[in-house]
Design a protein around this ligand. Structure first.
Ligand code: SAH
Length: 423
């Protein structure tokens, strides 16, 4: 029995694997004798067990309607909601694919996802929402484990070696990162294993060995050894190039991310003079893209790997008006407010749990003319809007963006204005 919970960000995005038996043709999916129009769940053999694509059985326009209504209902007390920005092709969009490895009683190696709300592994071959290239790499890793006689890890006994594989793809760059998560730093026949994997998939640009020797619900451990390539991939977004490390957050839907960030920056209405804060900045995406139309950008982020990426990304794109700080966004903002600092625009893009009162109260104290709130959870967004609208801000527009087609999740961007400025 293999058990494990999702790492927080995996859980947050609620995008898990499903399995399909046949290849999807244009507008249609196919499985054995059955043929149904796209947006139906009949073809995914693990649809019920996986629990990633809750909406797979609904036609895509109905999914969008449902998400639109959900956001409208939650945000009704605060602002009007514009029409949701849906995807043109709502399949195979995920640029990050995770697979947990285990074995059956007879020793057969399996890889897939955890059954919803349990710790059982649901075997997955391919998935409607994942990058098919990543799924192919994961299938081949399974084959290599067999030929190299590498045992998969058993979480109950702590016996075995191979725990997870994580594949990240650069949508524009085509670069591919493979992270092999092992219970110990020793991968037998390491060089041969890497060579064999690269021969099967010459598109792989970096391979990382991540050591996770803890009984933990996190997928990745602290320690990493780069086995091949640079140890990160790069991709372009809104005209800038970003370095992405294995442990840094990066949006999973590259096409919709450009639309989301484009909208966020449009709503900020920058003129080139503003002092902008990018809170929860990750690898610096929103802030660095905004820096082209702002006076100065200050980014703050907790994860040290993401901070390193963000600093690198500023330099990589020759951006001179951005500074990145490591720290808790709430503490950082409280300190800024206490020091009498000011800001014109605050972009905030917190995790699924939303922001906290320390952060929100310090934003109110800093008093930016605009707050652009990017959220992957409309419920915590509504809660935080409740706070901000009681403390001098008015929300005008909410724009839902479908970043997670086939799943229940929906992303939103909301622009708030300081009330005095409106007079
Ligand atoms: N804006 C970025 C990242 C958004 S995800 C992007 O769009 O790519 C949220 C980010 O908040 C993650 O990078 C996470 O590491 C960071 N984070 C979580 N809690 C935080 C906190 N208390 N203070 C600062 N950053 C935090």
């Amino acid at each position: 029995m293999e058990r494990k919970e999702k790492a927080p960000r995996e859980r947050e995005n609620k995008n898990r694997k499903t399995q399909t038996e046949g290849k999807r043709k244009t507008g249609q999916v196919r499985s054995g004798a059955k043929r149904v129009s796209s947006g139906q769940a009949a073809l995914c053999p693990v649809y019920k067990k996986c629990g990633g694509c809750h909406l797979l059985e609904l036609p895509y326009p109905v999914q969008l309607q449902q998400k639109q209504r959900q956001v409208e209902k939650l945000l009704k007390p605060y602002c009007r909601t514009e029409k949701i920005l849906g995807m043109e092709d709502p399949f195979h969009y995920r640029n990050k694919v995770h697979a947990v490895f285990g074995h059956r009683k007879d020793g057969t190696i399996i890889s897939g996802t955890y059954q919803e709300k349990t710790h059982f592994i649901v075997p997955v071959e391919e998935c409607f929402i994942e990058d098919p290239k990543a799924d192919a790499i994961i299938r081949d890793i399974r084959g290599l484990l067999k030929s190299f006689r590498i045992k998969t890890y058993n979480e109950d006994t702590g016996y075995g070696l191979f725990r997870h594989a994580l594949v990240r793809t650069g949508y524009h760059s085509g670069q591919v990162m493979v992270v092999l998560v092992l219970g110990s730093p020793i991968l037998p026949s390491k060089n041969h294993f890497v060579k064999a994997l690269r021969e099967l998939h010459p598109e792989i640009t970096t391979i990382i060995l991540n050591v996770n020797d803890q009984k933990t619900s996190m997928i990745l451990g602290e320690r990493e050894i780069v086995l091949y390539g640079k140890g990160y991939i790069e991709d372009t977004l809104c005209g800038l190039t970003f370095r992405i490390s294995s442990k840094s957050f990066y949006q999973v839907n590259p096409v919709q991310t450009e639309r989301l960030y484009g909208k966020a920056i449009e709503l900020a209405g920058l003129t080139g003079r503003e002092r902008v804060i990018d809170a929860y900045c990750g690898i610096g995406t929103i802030g660095l893209i905004a820096s082209r139309s702002a006076g100065e950008v200050i980014g703050v982020e907790l994860n040290p790997d993401a901070v390193r990426d963000a600093v690198f990304n500023a330099r990589r794109n020759e951006i001179k008006n951005a500074r990145i700080f490591r720290g808790d966004a709430g503490e950082f903002m409280t300190q800024m407010a206490a020091q009498g600092e000011r800001a014109d625009v605050v972009f905030m893009d917190p995790p699924r749990s939303g922001s906290d009162e320390a952060f929100l109260s310090s934003v109110v104290m800093l008093g930016p003319a605009k707050i652009v709130y990017v959220s992957c959870n409309p419920e915590t967004l509504a809660r935080d809007l409740g706070y901000l609208t009681k403390h001098g801000y008015a929300a005008r527009t909410a724009v839902p963006v479908d970043m997670f087609a086939q799943t229940k999740s929906v992303e939103c961007v909301v622009c708030l204005h300081r009330k005095e400025r409106e007079k």
